[in-house]
Design a binder for this molecule. Structure first.
Ligand code: ATP
Ligand code: MG
Length: 193
């Protein structure tokens, strides 16, 4: 089995994430892609991240219609900050015979060497960096052959942008799936109070 692993804060999940996962699924002939919302994210400690349960539910809503997509609770059910190496080793325990493909934005790839036990993470999975068309990766320090790049067309969408739009009363229709628009409205997430 070939399994894609898409880690993220998903605050909220948006069509950039979904397009990237779909593109990598097709390109690498993956049997499934597992979205893994982070626990308390250590790289974003400067801002309050929404409750894990809200981020998890939005990710479930967003992925529900795709039979190859699913959502894992491994990171939100683990105590403490999320490290990719822990995500990958937990999934490897669940799927011992699978080949894992970790999907990440190229922005995050460049910080990868600062990750806890980066070398172990490269042992556990092949890494796929999703980029804007025309982007070239500064990969001097990455282990040779451990990273592939895939261009995706929807890179201009970000969770930061979706939160800012909601806070200022602008629509996020078509930037995130319809069910996520409705979930945000229903819960009042991101609206300034
Ligand atoms: P924020 O704006 O809060 O940083 P984000 O939009 O970058 O959020 P994350 O949850 O941080 O979303 O991203 C999860 C993963 O998806 C990361 O690897 C990130 O690089 C990647 N990603 C984010 N936005 C896009 C996009 N538009 N297209 C492809 N990949 C993306
Ligand atoms: Mg980001």
């Amino acid at each position: 089995m070939r399994i894609g692993v898409m880690g993220g804060t998903f605050d909220p999940v948006h069509h950039g994430h979904l397009v990237a996962a779909s593109e990598v699924q097709a390109r690498f002939d993956l049997d499934r892609v597992i979205f893994v919302p982070t626990g308390q994210p250590w790289q974003k400690s400067s801002r309050a991240v929404s409750a894990a349960e809200d981020r998890y539910l939005m990710t479930v809503i967003a992925t529900a219609s795709n039979p190859r997509f699913s959502v894992s609770r491994v990171d939100i059910d683990r105590e403490g900050p999320t490290y990719t190496v822990d995500t990958l080793s937990d999934l490897k325990k669940q799927y011992p015979d699978a080949d894992l493909f970790f999907i990440t934005g190229a922005d995050a790839l460049e910080q990868i060497l600062s990750w806890k036990r980066a070398a172990d993470a490269f042992e556990l999975a092949h890494f796929i960096g999703v980029t804007r068309p025309g982007y070239t990766l500064n990969d001097r320090h990455l282990p040779p052959g451990s990273v592939s790049l895939v261009e995706v067309p929807a890179m201009a969408i970000s969770s930061t942008g979706c939160r800012a739009r909601t806070a200022s009363g602008q629509p996020v229709w078509y930037l995130v799936p319809d069910g996520v628009v409705q979930y945000i409205a229903k819960t009042g997430l991101y609206s300034e109070s």
